[in-house]
Design a protein around this ligand. Structure first.
Ligand code: 6PG
Length: 233
């Protein structure tokens, strides 16, 4: 792994507060420098406590939501009100509770389209709205995946496109995901790693042999941005 920063916390409360404070700091820097804070949210269950904390007055009121643009690092190809939807989780935990303009929220299209067309449309949206991201939040799967970049999948080979679709057989799920080059263009990439179920895979990612097909998260190293692991086990 190239240069990165590991920040370890004693418990979920401290870990969540540190992640929320980092989100605020990065938003202030991006808005001051670029007038906008373009963020790609992670899905899964890990970031929910962060989103919920950002929605509380102590944090919500420190963010200039009218200058924030929200995207997703990946999405399950299900309707936006489906229980598996990463958009739904973020909407319920955060976006419905903060004064962000609805046209600053860019969900992955998953209705009246196909996974292939969704990926193309989403890439066009990203290129039109931002090009690259100030912050990408990522989770870590126990199998070493991140976003929806799964071990040995074709999505790992993509070097030109920003967004691809792939079918994940073991989950019987079509996924739309940012690609490795799209993630590595970000100014800041933050892995949110929580729970002892992630201890082994986290150790392999950082200390194990470089095995990028088996451990896709090892391919995340921003070209010129910063990589931060925020960890509580
Ligand atoms: C998703 C996520 C995925 C997730 C990991 C960890 O759509 O599921 O983007 O990459 O971050 O699978 O999931 P948990 O946070 O639920 O452990």
């Amino acid at each position: 792994m190239k240069r990165f920063d590991v920040r370890t916390f004693q418990n979920v409360a401290e870990w969540t507060a540190a992640a929320a404070n980092l989100f605020v700091e990065l938003s202030e820097r991006a808005i001051q420098e670029d007038g906008v804070f373009a963020v790609a949210l992670s899905g899964g269950s890990t970031p929910k406590s962060l989103y919920e904390l950002l929605a509380t007055p102590d944090y919500r009121e420190r963010i200039r939501w009218s200058n924030v643009k929200i995207f997703w690092g990946d999405e399950r190809f299900v309707p936006p009100d489906h229980s598996d939807s990463n958009y739904r989780m973020a909407r319920e935990a955060l976006l419905s509770k903060v004064p962000i303009p609805s046209n600053n929220i860019f969900p992955v299209p998953t209705t009246n389209t196909t996974p292939k067309d969704s990926a193309m449309v989403y890439e066009r949206t990203i290129r039109q709205q931002t090009g690259s991201f100030h912050l990408i939040l990522l989770g870590l799967g126990q199998d070493g995946h991140t976003a929806s970049l799964f071990p040995y999948s074709d999505s790992l080979k993509e070097r030109e496109r920003l967004v691809v679709e792939n079918y994940v057989a073991k989950l019987n799920s079509h996924r739309i995901t940012l690609t490795i080059p799209a993630i590595n263009q970000a100014a800041t990439v933050v892995f949110l790693v929580s729970g002892d179920s992630k201890t082994e895979v986290f150790k392999q990612i950082l200390e194990g042999p470089y095995d990028p097909e088996r451990l896709p998260a090892q391919q995340i190293h921003p070209v010129s941005g910063q990589l931060i692991f925020m960890v509580t086990m």
